[in-house]
Ligand binder design. Structure first.
Ligand code: FE2
Length: 367
């Protein structure tokens, strides 16, 4: 009895001590701003690529991130199944690497809208769904890389637009990603949007005629340029950023090739690009944490130019105009992006793009 009373008193004293100590440590660590809890993410990006930004997010918010990875199509299917089952979804955030997939998810009611003053101030209007179903957090630009050993200056001067890839001068000299890959499909949808279906078909047919190899990896395409298997390839710019910052072999590969932004100039469309973007899942269980995710990654900290930023970690361009651009890709020169093709329309032409690629002899697998 006495023992119990003693321990009760002891417990009360400890509690009182904690009460005194806790607020002090809270102030020291800024704990009062931490949200805490967990956030489940369906991610089309590998966790390895995102480790730095997610760790920074966890530190800033106290929210524990849990990742489930998959291809965009797999993740869409999982979201549909989750939502059909009703109740709460397994995922809170859908992180995609293609605006078309985000637009399709929106149309299917898989994402819920969220807007805030922070998001609207941080993310340019062209880089987010008009109703707030998703936000672009970084940009990847699909453009030409060539081997200057095998391409003359006169030749490269004639290659300014995607349509120029169809010219006879490039016969047997192009590497391309197969039409089975979303990068090729989305890029083709951009051609259809800007040129119309008829002209886009002519361009694709001409390009298909010029391709010597289809390679389902942009890094391998760049290596094929150095090996002399092809002279010109179409790749996402960040693969050049990765090579430039890789090991000696990667850096030698980077040094051996040149990047050129396509469709530049005042009267031109700008280069085709896509986004790494995210939206809150329709029946997310952790809505507050999901909102905090979007808010955080819209800031200049979330989009830092180094390995802690969602853009910097992968040498992508930030969607927050105030965020600093990673120095490797800043050195590629200023680029005008094709913002005339609205991101929220990227989903509309995907099926037509696949059909057009198929009808015009574009390869669907490696060769
Ligand atoms: Fe990629």
């Amino acid at each position: 009895m006495l023992n119990t009373r003693k321990s009760t008193i002891f417990a009360i004293i400890i509690s009182l001590l904690l009460l005194v100590v806790a607020p002090v440590s809270a102030q020291d660590d800024d704990d009062d701003e931490l949200i805490g809890g967990v956030l489940n993410i369906y991610s089309a990006r590998h966790y390895g690529d995102m480790e730095g930004p997610f760790l920074a997010f966890e530190e800033a918010t106290g929210i524990e991130v849990r990742i489930s990875q998959g291809s965009p199509r797999d993740l869409l299917a999982r979201l549909r199944a989750d939502i059909e089952r009703g109740n709460r979804s397994v995922a809170d955030i859908f992180l995609a690497i293609d605006a078309g997939v985000l637009a399709i998810a929106t149309e299917e009611g898989l994402l819920q809208p969220y807007t805030s003053d922070t998001l609207e101030a941080n993310i340019a209007e062209t880089q987010r769904d008009p109703d707030g179903h998703w936000y672009g957090l970084s940009q990847r630009v699909r453009t030409v890389v060539y081997n200057p050993e095998n391409v003359t200056e006169e030749e490269i001067d004639t290659l300014n637009d995607y349509a120029d890839l169809a010219a006879p001068v490039w016969e047997g000299r192009l590497c391309m990603r197969p039409a089975s890959h979303i990068y090729t499909v989305s890029w083709t949808s951009g051609l259809i949007y800007n040129l119309g279906a008829e002209e886009a078909a002519e361009v694709i047919s001409g390009i298909a005629n010029n391709v010597t190899r289809y390679i389902n990896s942009d890094t391998s395409q760049i290596r094929a340029l150095v090996a002399g298997e092809c002279d010109v390839a179409l790749v996402n710019h960040y693969y050049m950023g990765r090579l430039a910052n890789g090991d000696d072999d990667d850096q030698a590969t980077f040094e051996a090739v040149q990047l050129k932004w396509m469709n530049q100039g005042e009267d031109n469309t700008g280069t085709f690009y896509n986004i790494n973007g995210a939206g809150i899942v329709a029946n997310a269980a952790n809505v507050e944490q999901a909102q905090a995710f979007l808010e955080y990654f819209s800031t200049i900290e979330g989009q830092a130019p180094d390995e802690t930023g969602i853009s910097g970690v992968n040498y992508e361009f930030p969607t927050n105009p105030e965020a600093e651009i990673n120095e490797t890709i800043a050195a590629f020169g200023e680029v005008m992006l094709d913002t005339g093709y609205p991101l929220w329309e990227y989903g509309d032409l995907q099926a037509e793009a696949v059909e057009l690629l198929e009808d015009n002899g574009f390869g669907f697998s490696e060769n």
